[in-house]
Design a protein around this ligand. Structure first.
Ligand SMILES: Nc1nc2c(c(=O)[nH]1)N[C@H]1C(S)=C(S)[C@@H](COP(=O)(O)O)O[C@H]1N2
Ligand SMILES: [Mo]
Length: 380
């Protein structure tokens, strides 16, 4: 029987050598790519923690978040999305370099080896999911049944844990191939690493313009052009998408506090107006600066008799969306740049930018820049 098989096998053409069958599946290439990928992951992880902390601060941190520099979140979240996107071609190159080892036989050579492979499976799986779900988030596509932010947050910890284990397990190999010229010379390595670096640079260059002003014209693949939209500013969710009914002439801002009151739009416009140049920095990676004009939030709070350290809750006309209710620590509420904005770039707010009034505060994620404000509550 087995003789028949081997005769049959000899008659079949031998499988073609895959072009993937390359001398580049070797440690030095893997180590160089691992260094770049590790750097991208660490930047992405650290900036992701910042974003999560700003959106969802634990109680001990809440009152210590800084409102300055005004561009802080714009920079950290820009870096988050840039490093995540750059990591995609690097991870592709890294996986290609090591993939023969993933299918090496025997699959398991002992308990330690089994643990190491399990670690790699967790690392590869979580890193891929993290990068893909993050990329889809930048285009606001959520094809999964789980909530994006929490999943993205926990997966990040799993990926970083897997990364640390992986680096520990490979430490001798990494140390042995850290320096240039270690290991045998491999033709094509420079070209391959150069190609991987070039791909990372290209995807960065073609998307970073959604947040970096001087790259704006190169923003071919970014989800947003930061200068396109009503009043020269992108819209994340329009009034129609948010299901917000247009505010009519009967609209009143109500302020709840020790001395509650309500003001119409003309009454708000008659209060001292202030102008601030502040960015909207969306968690999805785009950001854009604009000139906002309106009433200082702290003036509204003083008028309501709010104590200086009071936190504030802002409620939108929008019903039920995740951003319809927002809380603001006193540091932001008391910052002279924090406005209940009535105008942007010299015009009354477009309905999609939050007419009749929206919050704009320095240093905060876009999701907290509440549009269509109806009610401000002093929390004591
Ligand atoms: N009430 C309400 N406010 C909101 C939102 C929303 O969906 N509902 N989206 C937020 C998000 S995610 C961002 S990035 C900014 C965008 O503001 P813009 O649409 O005026 O550019 O508004 C924020 N304010
Ligand atoms: Mo956003």
């Amino acid at each position: 029987m087995s003789g028949t098989f081997s005769r049959l096998r000899r008659r079949l053409p031998s499988p073609p050598r895959l072009p993937l069958d390359s001398a580049l599946h070797e440690p030095r290439t893997a180590v160089v790519l691992g260094r770049w990928l590790g750097a991208a992951f660490l930047v992405c992880f650290a900036t992701g923690l910042i974003s999560h902390g700003l959106q969802n601060p634990p109680g001990w941190l809440r009152d210590h978040l800084p409102s300055r520099p005004v561009d802080a979140y714009r920079v950290t979240q820009g870096l988050h999305v840039i490093s995540g996107i750059a990591a995609i071609p690097l991870l592709g190159a890294k996986l290609w370099t090591v993939y023969p080892r993933l299918f090496a036989r025997p699959a398991v050579r002992g308990v330690l080896h089994a643990l190491e492979r399990l670690g790699i499976a967790v690392l590869v799986g979580s890193a891929l999911l993290e990068l893909v779900s993050g990329l889809l988030d930048t285009v606001q596509w959520y094809p999964w049944p789980f909530p994006f932010r929490q999943t993205h947050f926990w997966l990040a910890w799993i990926a970083v844990g897997g990364l640390l284990l992986h680096v520990a397990a490979k430490a001798p190999l990494i140390a042995g191939h850290w320096r240039r010229g270690t290991g045998p010379a491999v033709t094509g390595r420079r070209a391959f690493l150069g190609g991987a670096a070039l791909s990372a640079a290209a995807v960065t260059l073609l998307t970073a313009g959604q947040t970096v002003p001087w790259l704006r014209r190169a923003d071919l693949f970014g989800a947003r052009r930061p200068d396109l939209g009503p009043q020269g500013l992108p819209v994340n969710r329009t009034a129609a998408q948010a299901g917000t009914a247009a505010a009519g002439p009967g609209w009143r801002l109500s302020v709840a506090g020790p001395r509650p009151y309500a003001l119409s739009l003309p009454e708000l416009g008659a209060l001292p107006q202030h102008t601030a140049v502040l960015p909207i920095a969306c968690v999805e990676g785009w950001s854009a600066s604009a000139r906002w004009t309106g009433v200082r939030l702290r003036d509204l709070l003083d008028r309501a008799g709010a104590p200086p350290g009071a936190r504030v809750r802002v409620v939108s006309l929008e019903r039920g969306g995740p951003y319809a209710v927002m809380e603001m620590p006193a540091t932001y509420a008391r910052d002279p740049l924090t406005l209940l904005a009535l105008r942007v770039n010299g015009e009354a707010l477009d309905p999609d930018h939050g007419y009749p009034a929206r919050i704009i505060a320095p240093g905060r994620p876009g999701v907290l820049q509440t549009k269509w404000v109806q009610r401000i509550e002093v929390l004591t």
